[in-house]
Design a protein around this ligand. Structure first.
Ligand code: ADP
Ligand code: MG
Length: 334
C-alpha cells in the first residue's frame, strides 16, 4: 500500500461523517474549521509511541487507535470542551505497509479510531503520513475543541475549602494492564469497549461538558498519569494542598480483585484511567451522577502553609500520611 492509497482509504472512512464545524476536511493543503460565534478553540496534542504508550503484542490494533484518540479527547473533557476535529500524524514502518498482515493492522487501527470518533461526533480532518525511520509505529494526534469564550475549566481555579471529586472509578486501567502483562497474552480478543479500561478507556466528554454548563467545578484535570500525579498538578496550579480520604476512593472492579494494597496503589498511582478530577465549593449540591457517570467525593482542598506536604492520605483509622506523586511511568521505562 502506498501512502496515497492509505490517505484515500482514511478519507473515505471519515468522509461519511462531515461535521458542521469542519468546512473542509481531508484532501486539500489545509483543513478549514469554523467554530460557532461566541466560542473559542482549545487545542491539545498527544504522542502515541509504540513501546512507550502501547505494545503491539499486548494491545490490539483497535485498542491502539481508540487510545490514540482517547488521550486527546480526555484533555478536552477536562476543560469542558466540545470536540471539533482531530488531526493525525502517523509514521508507519515499511514492514507494516509492505504486507497484508501489516495492512490489516493499519485498517484495524483506523477502525478503533473511527469508532470512538463517531461516538463523539468528530471527524479526522487531516494529518500527515510518513514512513517510520524505525520498526516502531509513531502517532501524534491533535485535537481541537470549542468552549464558550472564557468559560473553560482550568487547573487553577480551586479554592481552600473546596471538595475534591472524581468521576467513575480508579485503578482499572493499571489493573487490566498488569493482568495483560502477567499473562503475556495478546489482548486482541478484547474488542468490546466496555469493561476494558486499559484497552478502551472512555473519555468523559459529556461529564466535562455538564460540569462546565452547570457551573459545578472550580478547577478540573483528567487523570491520565494517576491520581497522585494529576492531583499534585491541580494543587500546584491552584496553590492549595489536598487531603484524600482513602475509604472514599471508588476502586474499579478489576482493581478490586487485587490484594488490598495493590488495589489502593492502582487507584492512587495507576495511570490511564482518563477520569476527571475536579474541585467544587462545599456549598455545591453535587449530583450523584453526571451524564450517566458516577461522581464521588474523595477529599478536600486546604490553604497551603510552609512545610506542609502538598497532599495527604487519610487512612480509614484516621491516621494521615504524606501522599507522594507516584503516577504511572510507562512500561518501557522499567
Ligand atoms: P501535503 O503534502 O499538502 O501535506 P499530504 O499528501 O500529506 O499533503 O496529505 C493530503 C491530504 O491528506 C491532506 O488533507 C492531509 O491532511 C491528509 N492526510 C495525510 N495523512 C493523513 C493522516 N494520517 N490522517 C488524516 N489525514 C491525512
Ligand atoms: Mg503532508
Amino acid at each position: 500500500m502506498k501512502e496515497l492509497a492509505l490517505i484515500e482509504q482514511i478519507r473515505r472512512d471519515f468522509a461519511s461523517s462531515p461535521r458542521k464545524a469542519v468546512a473542509l476536511g481531508i484532501g486539500d493543503d489545509c483543513a478549514i474549521l469554523r467554530p460557532s460565534p461566541g466560542n473559542e478553540v482549545l487545542v491539545t496534542t498527544d504522542f502515541t509511541l509504540e513501546g512507550r504508550h502501547f505494545r503491539r503484542d499486548l494491545h490490539s490494533p483497535e485498542s491502539v487507535g481508540h487510545r490514540c484518540l482517547a488521550r486527546g479527547l480526555s484533555d478536552l473533557a477536562a476543560m469542558g470542551a466540545t470536540p471539533m476535529a482531530a488531526f493525525l500524524s502517523l509514521a508507519l514502518p515499511a514492514s507494516l505497509m509492505g504486507n497484508a498482515r501489516g495492512r490489516a493492522w493499519i485498517t484495524r487501527f483506523f477502525k478503533g479510531l473511527h469508532s470512538l470518533a463517531s461516538h463523539h461526533h468528530i471527524t479526522l480532518a487531516g494529518g500527515d503520513t510518513a514512513e517510520s525511520p524505525t520498526y516502531t509505529i509513531l502517532a501524534d494526534i491533535v485535537l481541537l475543541g470549542t468552549a464558550p469564550t472564557g468559560r473553560s475549566l482550568r487547573r487553577s481555579g480551586a479554592h481552600a475549602g473546596d471538595e475534591l471529586y472524581v468521576t467513575g472509578s480508579l485503578g482499572g486501567a493499571a489493573a487490566e494492564l498488569s493482568t495483560m502483562m502477567s499473562r503475556g497474552i495478546s489482548s486482541s480478543r478484547a474488542r468490546g469497549m466496555s469493561g476494558h479500561p486499559q484497552m478502551f478507556p472512555e473519555p468523559r466528554i459529556a461529564t466535562g461538558l455538564a460540569l462546565l454548563k452547570r457551573g459545578l467545578a472550580t478547577a478540573c484535570i483528567d487523570v491520565s498519569d494517576g491520581l497522585s500525579t494529576d492531583l499534585a498538578h491541580l494543587c500546584r496550579a491552584s496553590d492549595l494542598v489536598a487531603e484524600v480520604e482513602q475509604s472514599a476512593l471508588p476502586i474499579h472492579p478489576l482493581a478490586g480483585k487485587l490484594e488490598a494494597e495493590a488495589a489502593l496503589k492502582a487507584a492512587l498511582h495507576g495511570g490511564e484511567d482518563y477520569e476527571l478530577l475536579f474541585a467544587a465549593p462545599a456549598s455545591t449540591r453535587m449530583p450523584r451522577r453526571l451524564a450517566g457517570v458516577p461522581i464521588t467525593r474523595v477529599g478536600r482542598f486546604g490553604r497551603r502553609r510552609a512545610e506542609q506536604p502538598l497532599m495527604t492520605l487519610a487512612a480509614p483509622d484516621g491516621t494521615r500520611a504524606t501522599l507522594e506523586p507516584h503516577g504511572w511511568e510507562h512500561f518501557s521505562s522499567h
